[in-house]
Design a binder for this molecule. Structure first.
Ligand code: PBG
Length: 325
């Protein structure tokens, strides 16, 4: 008889043979900034997630550092009256995201590693991730052009890494080339290489006020039924110069994470998205689950699948849970 239970006898031996562990250094915490000096509003569907004014954004960064979290994924949330058809605030040197990046970098220098989400849905009046043509179809190549402008504005503001999330064809190559030509060759690109047209983004669109006014994102984001295409997209982004690949959402797509980790040697990030967060929070609110244990179990599933970076709204809670261990 093979006695597997020998290595499960007590906690010490179980710890010794544990194959995957969580580490605070692999967590990235998303933050949402609005164009106000002081503001803080909780998102009804996402307890403990806030839209933050500049003052509160900096306070939040300070609190993260205290907890040991030093990587932020920053989203700009623009007021409706500042939005336009091509999201020009996103590539304005004095626009929201540029000023927010400068504010964080000015106060925290290299203590915080600042990643900016590069997309247009939070900045356009139609809510799509770039420029639309006369038929309401996302114009890939025109959208690439404004993505370059956005990337350069972010780079100039001092961002540490960019994360293009629009799923435009050719975006990684285009942005890499533009950054390199402008001497920003040290800014890495984390590609949202596999981003599905998912129902799990529902609560995010409330935070980011980025729901498309018409139609959906299916002409650019991937069909949730596809996995071979996910691998093609990822390997293509690797070829175009991505430094990190990402799968989003995370929990319902672990097969995809595993598949990519079997075929690429790049670091893989998962985005544990708003809908995943809201599901867990609601189950906890109704006392249906052991929240902390379930949270750790979910995070470990990402690690088992092959991800080494986790973008999650749970980062602060995880820091406390891991610190208490
Ligand atoms: C687009 C973007 C989205 C998310 C991150 N970046 C939403 C979308 O594509 O509609 C979703 C994140 C989440 O649900 O937590 N800029």
């Amino acid at each position: 008889m093979k006695r597997f239970r020998r290595l499960r006898k007590n906690n010490i031996i179980r710890q010794m043979v544990q194959e995957n562990r969580l580490d605070i250094n692999e967590l990235i915490y998303p933050l949402f900034v609005v164009d106000k000096a002081s503001f803080k509003k909780e998102i009804s569907s996402m307890p403990n997630v806030f839209q933050l004014g500049f003052k509160e954004l900096l306070e939040e960064c300070r609190e993260c550092l205290k907890l040991g979290i030093n990587k932020i994924l920053l989203f700009g949330v623009l007021e409706d009256d500042k939005k336009d058809a091509c999201g020009s605030d996103a590539y304005n040197e004095n626009g929201l995201i540029s000023r927010a990046i400068k504010a964080i970098k000015q106060e925290f220098k290299d203590d915080i590693y600042l990643i900016a989400d590069l997309c247009f849905c939070e900045y356009t009046n139609h809510g799509h991730c770039g420029i639309l043509d006369e038929n309401g179809y996302l114009d890939n190549d025109k959208s690439l052009q404004i993505s370059v402008k956005q990337a350069l504005v972010m780079a100039q503001a001092g961002v540490d890494m960019i994360a293009p999330s629009s799923m435009l064809d050719g975006i990684i190559y285009t942005l890499r080339k533009a950054l390199d030509e402008n001497s920003y060759y040290n800014i890495p690109i984390m590609a949202y290489s596999t981003k599905f047209a998912s129902a799990f983004y529902g609560p995010f669109r409330e935070v980011a006020q980025s729901t498309p006014k018409q139609g959906d994102r299916k002409s650019y984001q991937m069909d949730v039924a596809n996995s071979k295409e996910a691998l093609l997209e990822s390997l293509e982004d690797e070829k175009q110069g991505a430094d990190i690949l990402m799968v989003k959402p995370a929990l319902a797509f672990l097969d995809v994470v595993k598949d990519i980790s079997n075929h690429s040697k790049l670091p893989i990030a998962v985005y544990n998205v708003s809908g995943e967060y809201a599901m867990l929070k609601n189950a906890a609110k109704q006392n249906l689950i052991d929240y902390d244990r379930m949270l750790i179990e979910i995070m470990l599933s990402f690690k088992r699948a092959g991800a080494s970076i986790i973008i999650t709204y749970h980062a602060k809670e995880l820091a406390l849970i891991l610190g208490a261990k």
